[in-house]
Write a protein that binds this ligand. Structure first.
Ligand SMILES: [Zn+2]
Length: 250
């Protein structure tokens, strides 16, 4: 069986003398793993289009037990990220989160669009990396079914306060009156980061990065998003440690 699809290479492994096994996040089939034979030969016609962070159109043949890439045509590659280790490590972190959270063998248009948009923003440098990271974390968790309830205080249902307390383990917020001192591990969110948290899960995809935060607000937003991610996942992504080492946040 042959089919065509579009997708982003989110993992590239070497096998044999010159072959690749690639993991591709496709728009219509989610995550698939496929062999790209001889793709590590420099003159191979599929070499560029099957490398990590290549967004390509693939012609794929499905044999009994494996996908094999017949042809691959490069649409876009996020080359510029390779010159910046911090951005590249963040891009690899996004790839790992997609591998952990995107569906397999079913449509994943929203997951693909999220990572493509995020890589575009990173490449342009129009938003701080820490903001792109926090938005990506909140959004991909929501797409994968881990959506926190950020509409209003879980106690009294008030919508706004100067500070709201976010509990990453519960995915709920509390106003100062309902917040009990026994609720450990809360992140205090002022109006700026609270709005950012809501925006990152409730906004339309094309408006996702259309906001700014001051430094203190971004720090609180980043902490809330990362803590919520770590509470939601079974394991800590290896690429997160690596990124934080590079970004000097450890
Ligand atoms: Zn309350």
């Amino acid at each position: 069986m042959n089919f065509k699809t579009r997708g982003l290479v989110i993992r590239e492994q070497h096998t044999g003398e010159s072959d690749r096994i690639v993991t591709v996040l496709t728009h219509d089939r989610g995550i698939i793993r496929a062999f790209a034979n001889r793709a590590r030969k420099l003159n191979n016609k599929n070499a560029a289009a099957t490398q990590l962070l290549a967004f390509s159109e693939f012609g794929i043949y499905r044999s009994r037990d494996a996908y094999i890439i017949d042809q691959a045509e490069l649409i876009e590659v996020f080359f510029d990220l390779r010159g910046d280790l911090e951005k590249l490590s963040l891009a690899q972190y996004f790839c790992e989160l997609e591998m952990l959270l995107a569906p397999q063998e079913e449509q994943a248009e929203d997951f693909l669009r999220l990572i493509l948009n995020s890589l575009h923003i990173l490449t342009k440098g129009s938003r701080p990396g820490a903001l792109v990271k926090a938005v990506f974390e909140m959004r991909i968790l929501s797409l994968a079914g881990y959506m926190p309830d950020l509409v209003c205080c879980d106690g009294c249902k008030v919508y706004e306060a100067d500070v709201m307390y976010f509990l990453p383990e519960k995915g709920k917020i509390y106003c100062p009156e309902c917040f009990a001192s026994g609720m450990g591990g809360a992140v205090a969110l002022g109006r700026g980061p609270m709005t950012a948290m809501r925006h990152s899960i409730y906004s339309k995809a094309d408006r996702l990065f259309s906001f700014a935060l001051n430094e203190a607000g971004l720090k609180a937003f980043g902490e809330a998003a990362e803590r919520f991610l770590l509470c939601s996942l079974d394991k800590k992504p290896a690429t997160l440690e690596f990124y934080k080492g590079i970004a000097g946040e450890m």
